[in-house]
Design a protein around this ligand. Structure first.
Ligand code: AMP
Ligand code: ZN
Length: 112
């Protein structure tokens, strides 16, 4: 059994509010949402962070980003949205399984 929380969510061992999944990725609601829509998109493959991504995973990353745009449209975020990938402790990453935050709608804080 993995000790990575997001691997465990992907495996169905830890419950999450899953909004989309396929053979490559799982998307679920952030447990502590920072805006009306706050989803986390993770690869099923354990990759600790953006720093560990290899050229073999270029296709997976492209897939994840394009899916993020589709999910935003599905969520009705027609005015726009924010995508965030925190990397390393200095970047605010606390869960070391690569994930894309998709944020939008009411309550989205200003940036900078
Ligand atoms: P990061 O700071 O980029 O590593 O973001 C980790 C995110 O995971 C935070 O926004 C947390 O609220 C979220 N999170 C932590 N545990 C869970 C969980 N069990 N289910 C859903 N989201 C979670
Ligand atoms: Zn993992």
């Amino acid at each position: 059994m993995s000790d990575c929380l997001f691997c465990r969510i992907a495996a169905g061992e830890v419950p999450a509010d899953i909004v989309y999944e396929d053979e490559k990725v799982v998307v679920f609601k952030d447990i502590n949402p920072k805006a009306a829509v706050h989803l986390l998109l993770i690869p099923r493959l354990h990759v600790a962070s953006l720093r560990e991504v290899t050229p073999e995973q270029d296709e997976l990353l492209g897939y994840m980003l394009r899916l993020t745009a589709k999910l935003a449209a599905d969520q009705g975020l027609d005015e726009g949205y924010r995508t965030i990938i925190n990397t390393g402790p200095g970047g605010g990453q606390v869960i070391f399984h690569l994930h894309v935050h998709l944020l939008g709608g009411e309550g989205l804080p200003g940036f900078g």
